[in-house]
Structure formats: C-alpha cells, structure tokens
Write a new protein. Structure first.
Length: 364
C-alpha cells in the first residue's frame, strides 16, 4: 500500500480548501493511505475526514514530528503549505514531493502597488498543481466538511420560530479589517425579514454584544418597549452533552428574530447551523468556506482583501450561489493579503461604504 503525506498547518479556511485534493487523492489512486501533518489546534478538522487515514499533530517541535514521519517511509509528499516549516519537513524526509504555485510576489504587487497580474484561478485549482505528477485531477465536486455526530445539531432543537428557516450571519474574522463593523451589521439586520442566527467564536463575543446593544438603541429611538421585544425563551438548546441556557436571547427586531450564539458553541456546532441555514452571510473567514462546502447560498462581504487573491467561496458547479459584496471604488484595496487590526488609512471605507441593500437582497 502506498502512503502519501499532505502538509497543511493552518488555518480553518485554508484547511477546508485542501479537502478536494485529499478526496481526489483517495478516490483516484488505488490502494493508498492518506496522512496529514497539521497544527494541533486544527487537527480535528482533518480527524473527522473519512478520506484521511492518520493525522499527525505539530505542536512545539518539528523535530519530533520528523522522527515519527521518517518511520512511515512515504511514497510521496504533497506540500499545500509551502513555507519554511513545510520545506524543512520535505527536505528532512528525503522523499519525492511537490507543491503548488503560491504566487507570493504577485500577491505583493497587488496588495502594495495595486498591480494585478494574478491568474483568474481559484486557490483550490492551484492546489491541484501539487498532485499533477500523480495523475490526480480535480473532480469539481467542491469542498468537504465533516461534522461529528455529537456536534450535529438538528433544526428541531432550535426555537420554534427558527425551525421553518433562518439565515446564518457570521459576524467575526481573524482581522478587524476583514470584519463588517457592528453599525453596518445592524443596518443589514434592519433589512432582513427572516430569523437570523449570529455566529462567531469567543473573540467575537464583545462584537456581538455591541450589535445587540445597537439594536436595543434602535428600538428605543422607535419608542418600542425593550422588555416586550427581548424574550428569554425557557427552552434549552442541547449541543451534545452541554446545555446552552437562554442567556442566548431571542431579540425581536422589526419583522425578524435574532438569536445570538456567538461564543456559545464550538466550530462544528456552528458548521451544523450553517449547513441547515437557508443562506449564509459572512465576512472573508473560515465559516465562509465551510458554507461553500455545504453548497449554501453564500453572501460574502469583503473589506481589505479582494477575491482576486483566489480565495473566494469555491462553488465550481454552482457559481450562482456565490455573491460577493465589495467596494470596488476604494482605491487603497487590497491593502494586505491578510488583514490588519485597524485600517492603515483610518477611514475604513472598504467596509463602511458597503451597500447594505445589496447585502440583504443577495440573501434571498
């Protein structure tokens, strides 16, 4: 049996984007084991993947990993990270290997001088360059994301008003310049007449609280009794063995209901809610790619980054489900291929000028 090692250390979205390569390696090569080397904090993203036989976790020292990996005697190494650490591994193992065109210089030209010579090719298709020598080709079935049974959350466990359909709104992201500000999120929510579930991680809790506070303020100015609008539901959400009490308030705002689960559930549980959503509204972040893996209608809002970098929602057979909202007339975009804690120009027009009507209209 042949053994192939795939290297991708991080992060959530980037790991999800490697899944078509892993699936095609497993399905198109005979009698093959697929192993993965990734950072420990992201290893669960690969452990639930049925196409993967073994996951090696990188924590503090690559030296220990290399010693273990040498014992596997791999037939081939596919480097989908292509940085100093991954190169160190491939060189140490002394096995046949290949990588993909990362295009760092072209990204630098685009983000620094606004010179765009990036190919009109998604990063997933660039990843497949790393397996060309193996005769593996893209099956164009899209991305994969697998949810463990304990985190698979049924719609029937949601409050009754959410069981007939809802939108998932991913409010967070790694960098502030890639995140729609709370004041703009509220403007979008005002234009939605369907239940909405707010999703995000622990780092997004303060942002969610600001959104709720702004909504409360909006209601106050409209002379609406807040106590009649915010209801603490007596129902209990059951996620695996844990219970989330209704400090997760259902905020009734205009014709919609808003359920804030930001920081209250884990990534797989959030993914389960994304999977069952009618549409997903998201910043350029990991859950955007997870939504694409479930073939959802994805409305992505772009700030300092641009889709031309090749990492927009990957829906090769359903491009009509990919809705990109951005301010093309902001000349300083993109200011980075990643992001910043604050807008370098201090105006943050790339997000503050977002057309909220277009965002809301794209959901349906």
């Amino acid at each position: 049996m042949k053994k192939i090692l795939v290297i991708r250390f991080s992060s959530i979205g980037d790991i999800v984007l490697t899944t078509p390569v892993i699936r095609c390696l497993k399905n198109q090569l005979q009698d093959v084991e697929i192993h993965v080397l990734t950072k420990k904090k992201f290893s669960n993203l690969y452990k639930t993947n049925p196409y993967i036989n073994k996951v090696y976790e990188y924590a503090d020292s690559l030296r220990d990993n290399i010693a273990e990996l040498k014992l596997e005697n791999y037939d081939y190494i596919v480097d989908l990270q292509k940085n100093k650490r991954s190169v160190r591994v491939t060189r140490a193992l002394c096995r046949p290997h290949s990588s993909f065109p990362k295009l760092n210089f072209r990204k630098f030209l685009l983000s620094t001088f606004k010179i765009n010579i990036m190919p009109d090719v998604h990063i997933v298709d660039r990843y497949f360059k790393a397996v060309e020598k193996l005769g593996v080709k893209n099956d164009y079935q899209g991305l994969d994301f697998f949810i463990s049974e304990k985190n698979n959350y049924p719609v029937t466990e949601l409050p009754e008003c959410f069981q007939n359909g809802y939108y998932a709104f991913v409010i967070g992201g790694t960098y502030k310049t890639k995140i729609l500000p709370p004041v703009k999120i509220v403007e979008v929510l005002k234009r939605i007449n369907k239940p909405v579930i707010l999703l995000g991680g622990p780092d997004d809790v303060e942002r969610a609280e600001e959104i709720i506070s702004l909504l409360n303020g909006q209601q106050t100015t409209d002379n609406v009794d807040i106590n009649s609008q915010i209801q603490k539901d007596s129902q209990v959400f059951r996620f695996s063995d844990s219970q989330i009490q209704k400090d997760s308030q259902i905020l009734r705002f205009s014709d919609s209901q808003i359920l804030n689960l930001v920081g209250k559930i884990n990534l797989e549980q959030s993914a389960s809610l994304v999977k069952n959503a009618d549409s997903v509204l998201t910043n350029d972040t990991g859950l955007m790619h997870i939504a694409a893996a479930f073939h959802k209608n994805v409305v992505s809002v772009w700030g300092n980054t641009v889709p031309e970098l090749g990492m927009y929602p990957y829906l090769p057979k359903e491009p009509e489900k990919c809705h990109i909202v951005e301010c093309k007339d902001v000349r300083c975009r993109p200011c980075s291929k990643l992001g910043f804690k604050e807008c370098p120009k201090k105006h943050f027009r790339c997000m503050m000028d977002i057309d909220v009507e277009k965002v809301a209209d794209s959901l349906s």
